[in-house]
Design a binder for this molecule. Structure first.
Ligand SMILES: *Cc1c(COP(=O)(O)O)cnc(C)c1O
Length: 361
């Protein structure tokens, strides 16, 4: 079997060039005499990987100097849980704008330790839209405002994240980081689990304005302290070195391919192609998200006749298109089309959808 076009939401497809390089370096990393995953994270080979990865990520995302980059284990969910411990005083509130499943998760993670307020939510409408900024109920004394840039399950994405004044804006970019240019200076912090658009699962990235790391936060173990992590160069304990190395290869690949401006153009074309296939199907397929809030990264869609779902998935697989089953929360289908998905893959999906419709319409 050859490699299929993989529409998995995460862990997601990695660029073939990255997998090939990892394969080539698997048994012996350069002249280390061992694999990168078998040697000390404090040795010269891994320290070079770590520093080069940060430098490349800074170039790729145009990260300003007054922002620190922290690499962490535990995924995006752990970052969510640690936000109030690091950035909110005991008893201080934080405002959450909830536009889908992951915004709810972020809220759930902090509810035990902070007065987490729902500043706005689109749950009443089934998370198909983004509440307009005029309706956000923000509090001036909040520690931060949290938003989810792209909702991976509901397929809802901010086109422009509104300003929130002086309170730091913290955004979960797990499924859209590096998909288009971003002005990081507008944020107090952004974070992302790597397994959507940055590399393999097992590592997350937190990009945080350095002054926020001076906040006292709440009592916490050193391992949960981002200031301590930064001082230890994200190596307070043994870091996920293999994942870090793979993230480094993926970031380098994105730079080699032309950087975020190039991916933004590709991603816009890919999303336009797929939404056109859905909207042009005369109702055979449908996407329920408000047009101006549709995600460029995750495209949930439904067949008009749900009894065709199993046949759709089986035949897609035969056509070399895998991982299209929707999340259990929504059902239906979902195509995740991150940076590593080539335009030819989306074209193949659109062609298959048309063909399937002709045979079953
Ligand atoms: C996948 C995802 C998460 C959870 O990531 P983990 O690494 O599994 O903790 C959080 N937020 C968003 C937007 C995601 O897509």
């Amino acid at each position: 079997m050859s490699r299929a076009y993989n529409f998995s939401p995460g862990p997601a497809a990695l660029p073939e060039a990255v997998l090939r390089q990892a394969q080539a370096e698997m048994l012996e990393y350069r002249d280390a005499g061992a694999s990168i995953v078998e040697i000390s994270h404090r040795g010269p080979e891994f320290l070079e990987v770590a520093r080069r990865t940060e430098a490349d990520l800074r170039t790729l995302l145009s990260i300003p100097d007054d922002y620190a980059v922290i690499f962490t284990a535990g995924g995006a969910t752990t970052v969510q849980a640690l936000l109030p411990l690091n950035f909110a005083a005991p008893g201080q509130a934080a405002d959450y704008v909830v536009t889908g499943h992951w915004g709810k998760t972020a809220l759930k993670q902090v509810a035990p330790v902070i007065d987490a307020r729902i500043a706005a939510s689109s749950e009443g409408g089934g998370f198909r839209d983004i509440p307009s900024r005029a309706k956000w109920m923000l509090s001036a004394d909040a520690a931060y405002v949290h938003v989810t840039a792209n909702e991976t399950i509901h397929g809802v994405e901010f086109r422009d994240i509104p300003s929130v004044g002086d309170v730091p804006l913290i955004a979960d970019f797990s499924s859209s980081i590096a998909s288009e240019p971003l002005d990081i200076s507008r944020f107090g912090a952004i974070y992302a689990g790597a397994q959507k658009n940055l590399g393999p699962v097992g590592i997350a990235v937190l990009i945080v304005r350095r002054d926020l790391l001076q906040r006292a936060g709440q009592p916490r173990a050193p391992i949960f302290d981002y200031r301590a992590q930064l001082e230890a160069e994200s190596m307070l304990n043994t870091p996920p070195s293999w994942n870090w190395y793979m993230l480094g290869l993926t970031v380098k690949w994105m730079l080699d391919e032309g950087g975020v401006a190039e991916f933004a153009a590709q991603n816009a074309r890919k999303a336009a192609l797929l939404y056109a296939a859905i909207d042009g199907s005369g109702g055979f397929y449908r996407n329920e998200v408000a047009t101006d809030a549709r995600s460029r990264m995750n495209v949930p869609f439904f067949l008009h006749d749900e009894s065709l779902n199993d046949a759709f998935l089986a035949q897609a697989r035969e056509a070399g298109l895998i991982s299209l089953k929707g999340h259990r929360v929504l059902g239906g289908m979902r195509a995740s089309i991150y940076n590593a998905m080539p335009e030819a893959g989306v074209q193949a999906l659109a062609d298959f959808m048309k063909d399937f419709q002709q045979r079953n319409g």
